[in-house]
Design a protein around this ligand. Structure first.
Ligand SMILES: Cc1ncc(COP(=O)(O)O)c(C=O)c1O
Length: 277
C-alpha cells in the first residue's frame, strides 16, 4: 500500500518513538507522584514543555498537554466561551470547521444558551474578514476559526482575522491541527491554538493547547464518552491501548490484592498465635 493521507494521520517517526520508549517501559512513574520515579516522569514532561514553548516562542505555562486535537479544541472553546459568562453570550465560528470545534460550539448553542454566528466561506473556502467584523457584537465572547482546513487545505487569513478580533477586544482560538509543521505558526496572533501530535509524526492520543497566560479556562468536564458513542473525531489509540492494558492489570491486581489479603490474615493469625503462647 502507498499511504498518502497524511492529513488524516502520519506514522510515528523514529525520534518520537525513541524519546517515548523509556517512559512506556522502565521509566513508567506517575508524574504526579512525589517519589523518585514520579519526579523523573515529571521532569521529562517539563523538559518537553520547555522545548515546545521555545519552538513556538511561547511561555512553558502556556502549553497544556492534552489527548489530542479534539480535546484541545474542546478545552479552548468551552473554556474561553464560558469565561466571565454566567451562561450565554455570542460565539462566531465557520461552517467549514472540523467537528472538534463544530460539535463543541453546537453544544454551547443547544445546551448553554449561547448564540452562534456560523460564517460562510467563499467559493475558494475562505472567510470574508468584513463578514467577520460585522458579525461581532458587544456580547461576543469568542471567535474560533481554523488556520488550515483538513479537507481542502485552504488557509484562512489569520492575520486579518486576528487584527479584527484585537481591535474589537474579542478572544480568538484557532485550530492549528493541520497547519503545524506545514506552514509557519505565529501564536502572537491568537489567544489559544490547538494541536495534535499524530498529524506531525507523533503518537495518536497526544496533543497540546496553547493558551495565552492570564486566560484560565472555565472548564467543566463532559461526562465520559461510552464505547458505543462516537467521539467527535479521532481515535486515541494509545489512550485506548492503555485503558485495556490497565483493565488487564486491574484484574491482575485484584487477584494480587486478594492473595496479599489472605497472606496478611494468615500472618496476623500466626502472630496472634505466638502472642498467646
Ligand atoms: C483540523 C482538525 N482539527 C481537529 C482534529 C482532531 O484531532 P484528533 O484526531 O487528535 O482528536 C483533526 C483530526 O483529523 C483535524 O484535522
Amino acid at each position: 500500500m502507498i499511504y498518502l493521507d497524511y492529513n488524516a494521520t502520519t506514522p510515528l517517526c523514529d525520534a518520537a518513538r525513541d524519546a517515548m520508549l523509556p517512559y512506556l517501559e522502565r521509566r513508567f512513574g506517575n508524574p504526579s507522584s512525589v517519589h523518585a520515579a514520579g519526579r523523573e516522569a515529571r521532569a521529562a514532561i517539563d523538559n518537553a514543555r520547555d522545548k515546545l514553548a521555545a519552538l513556538l516562542h511561547a511561555k512553558p505555562n502556556e502549553i497544556i498537554f492534552t489527548s489530542g486535537g479534539t480535546e484541545s479544541c474542546n478545552l479552548a472553546v468551552f473554556g474561553l466561551a464560558r469565561r466571565r459568562s454566567a451562561g450565554g453570550g455570542h460565539i462566531i465560528s465557520a461552517k467549514t470547521e472540523h467537528h472538534a470545534v463544530l460539535n463543541t460550539v453546537e453544544h454551547l448553542e443547544k445546551n448553554e444558551n449561547f448564540q452562534v454566528t456560523w460564517l460562510d466561506v467563499s467559493r475558494d473556502g475562505i472567510i470574508d474578514p468584513d463578514q467577520l467584523a460585522s458579525a461581532i457584537r458587544p456580547e461576543t465572547r469568542l471567535v474560533s476559526i481554523m488556520t488550515a482546513n483538513n479537507e481542502t487545505g485552504v488557509l484562512q487569513p489569520m492575520r486579518e482575522i486576528s487584527q479584527i478580533c484585537r481591535e474589537r477586544g474579542v478572544l480568538l482560538h484557532t485550530d492549528m491541527v493541520q497547519a503545524f509543521g506545514k506552514v509557519s505558526v505565529d501564536l502572537s496572533l491568537v489567544d489559544a491554538a490547538s494541536f495534535a501530535a499524530h498529524k506531525f509524526y507523533g503518537p495518536k492520543g497526544a496533543g497540546f493547547l496553547f493558551l495565552r497566560s492570564g486566560f484560565a479556562p472555565e472548564q467543566k468536564m463532559l461526562p465520559r464518552l461510552r464505547e458505543w458513542q462516537r467521539p467527535p473525531s479521532g481515535h486515541c489509540t494509545i489512550g485506548r491501548a492503555n485503558r485495556s492494558a490497565r483493565h488487564g492489570c486491574a484484574m491482575n491486581s485484584g487477584r494480587e490484592f486478594r492473595r496479599t489479603f489472605r497472606m496478611q490474615n494468615k500472618t496476623a493469625r500466626t502472630l496472634r498465635g505466638w502472642q498467646t503462647r
